[in-house]
Write a protein that binds this ligand. Structure first.
Ligand SMILES: [Zn+2]
Length: 216
C-alpha cells in the first residue's frame, strides 16, 4: 500500500520502538508470544541481500489472480521476502508490497508502517506468507493508494481492529499479529493482493475514486 503525502509533508514522521508499540500484552490476543515475535523480526534474519524488483501495474493479470500457497522455508521464498522488503524500502510512501506486485503469484507480502503518522500499533518491518484474517471489527473508511494503481486513490472501508495469522519466511513458523488503525489497513490491503483484489475492487463506486494529486 502507498499513501499520498499529507499536505504538511513528512515532518510528522515518528520512529518508534516496535517492541514497545506492539500489542504484545493485549489480553484479547490468543498467543502474545507469537505477536511479539513478529514485532522483533527484521529482514536481517533472512540472511540474504534483497534486490529491488520492478513493480507491476494494473491491469496486469497477476494482480487479479489469487496467489498460490507458498512454502515459506525455501531459498526462493527467502529471496522473494528480502526482495519485497528491498523494493518497499526504495519506494517513497510505500508501506506494504505483495508478491504479485513484483510479478510472482504467491501468497506473501511485506509491511512497514512504523514511520507513518497515522500509525498507532505497529510491528516494524515484517513479511507474512499464507496469511489469513482471524478476526476483524470496527470498520472505518479512509483513503488508500497502491503502487500498482499509481494514478488513483480511493476511499475504502477496512476493519480498524484486526487479528491475522501467517508464516514467517525462512523458519516457516506460524505467527499471529493483532493490530489496529493504519497497520490494520495496510495488512488488509496486502492480504487483498494475495487474494487477487485491488483497492479499486473495494471502493463503494466511481464517486469514491480520485485522481492522485501528489507523488512522493
Ligand atoms: Zn497495493
Amino acid at each position: 500500500m502507498s499513501e499520498e503525502r499529507d499536505r504538511d509533508g513528512l515532518g510528522a514522521r515518528r520512529p518508534r520502538d516496535p517492541a514497545v508499540a506492539s500489542r504484545a500484552n493485549d489480553p484479547a490476543l490468543s498467543d502474545p508470544q507469537a505477536d511479539s515475535r513478529v514485532a522483533t523480526w527484521t529482514e536481517a534474519e533472512l540472511g540474504v541481500e534483497g534486490r529491488v524488483r520492478d513493480v507491476v501495474r494494473a491491469p496486469a493479470g497477476v494482480l487479479s489472480e489469487r496467489g498460490a500457497d507458498v512454502d515459506a522455508t525455501t531459498p526462493e521464498s527467502v529471496q522473494l521476502a528480502a526482495d519485497l522488503v528491498a523494493t518497499m524500502r526504495v519506494s517513497p510512501g510505500c508501506v506494504g508490497l505483495a508478491a504479485n506486485q513484483v510479478g510472482v503469484g504467491v501468497r506473501m507480502f511485506c509491511v512497514d508502517v512504523s514511520q507513518h503518522p497515522k500509525t498507532r500499533t505497529h510491528h516494524g518491518t515484517f513479511v507474512l506468507c499464507n496469511a489469513e484474517v482471524v478476526e476483524a471489527s470496527r470498520n472505518e473508511k479512509a483513503r488508500e493508494g497502491c503502487m500498482s494503481v499509481p494514478d488513483f486513490t480511493g476511499d475504502v472501508k477496512r476493519a480498524t481492529r484486526l487479528r491475522v495469522r501467517g508464516q514467517l519466511p525462512g523458519t516457516g513458523e506460524w505467527v499471529e499479529v493483532a493490530t489496529d488503525a493504519f497497520e490494520a489497513r495496510a495488512v488488509q490491503h496486502e492480504i487483498d493482493h494475495t487474494d487477487g483484489l485491488l483497492f479499486l475492487d473495494r471502493v463503494a463506486g466511481a464517486h469514491a475514486i480520485f485522481p492522485r494529486t501528489t507523488y512522493l
